[in-house]
Ligand binder design. Sequence first.
Ligand SMILES: *Cc1c(COP(=O)(O)O)cnc(C)c1O
Length: 407
Amino acid sequence: MTAPHPTAGAWLDRYEGALLNLFGRPSLVLEHGDGAWVWDVDGKRYLDLVGGIAVNALGHNHPALVAAVSKQAGQLVHVSNFFTSVPQVELAERLLALTGAPEGSAVFLCNSGTEAVEAAVKLARRTGRTGIVAAEGAFHGRSTGALALTHKKAYREPFEPLLPGVTHVPWGDVEALRGAVDAGTSAVVLEPVQGEGGVVTAPAGYLRAARDITSEAGALLVLDEIQTGIGRTGAWFAFQEAGVVPDAITLAKGLGGGVPIGALVTFGPEISALLTQGMHGSTFGGNPLACAAALAVLDTIEAEGLLDHAREVGDHLAARVAALGDERVLGTRGAGLLRAIVLAGDWSAAVVTHAREAGFIVNPVAPDVIRLAPPLVVTAAELDLFVDALPALLDAATAATESQDPR
Ligand SMILES: *Cc1c(COP(=O)(O)O)cnc(C)c1O
């Protein structure tokens, strides 16, 4: 076999010699990007339809993000939590305004999704109860606290025993949820759309039912919007479209446009009063650099109309995939620019490999499901490039699968 990526190959060898082997050998060594496009160290260009897993909301090298980060880096990168900064206060106020959270709501800033979930777990514990109900298929992070809420066995088992008291119920099943919530339940934690679980949207009415069930039981409803928030589904937050008011939401991924930042938003004075001075903290959390990046992301989503855009081009993508009329594609799931293409066989890994060779980055979120979470700035024409290529990618993927068949 010829080596089409000589420079990348050398870096990948060095990667394997230096990095802890948690991710296997990466498939690309990326060097720079622009909009929805990235280039590897050998100069090959790819259409990035994963966006750092729903992170690069503004795409790569967006001038507004570059300017905001550059300016802030020249002013102040970090201060301790003995002090605050203008971007920190502005970001917290902005998040409260965008969530429509009631008077007395508040924001805790951290550095990742997992940390936001950890803060939510501590919030829940402060109710005096210890039970937490999450859903089968859920992903809430990898720290030993958040991991207890994540459902996937392979992630959990090597580290058990985890935080006790967590129950997983079948996703979307209202009666199962009702049956699992009792006077010992501190919180129900749900994703409006299960992202890592395969882009599975909550059935209509499910989040509303979860709101009613938790309110009746005196438990918190925490919505994990780490993947769905910040415009991903075509609204600022998915809970707003579901017509429910949660007690808290967690944010991260798209919030900083690639600069690490997470947030817990607590709704109303009673919930916000559960965590008080000294109960939690973070050295880096709320630093002015990350906050300036997040403000630039929020400003740009607004200025460029990216909520409507995400909905429009996401619907366009789904319609174009349906119009292929390809029997190897069962359909699409999701909303806005969080989308899954569901295949009729376990071909997603092979499709992803062939797609990469053809210059597309997509994600095999399940053996038969391809996830797309591109930058919110991706154009309909760029999405069309992938849809047009899909039948040939499926030809190659299904041929490869057949030839590997031992029979
Ligand atoms: C990615 C993700 C997390 C974890 O976020 P990290 O930043 O990787 O710690 C938690 N919940 C959901 C819904 C996610 O998609």
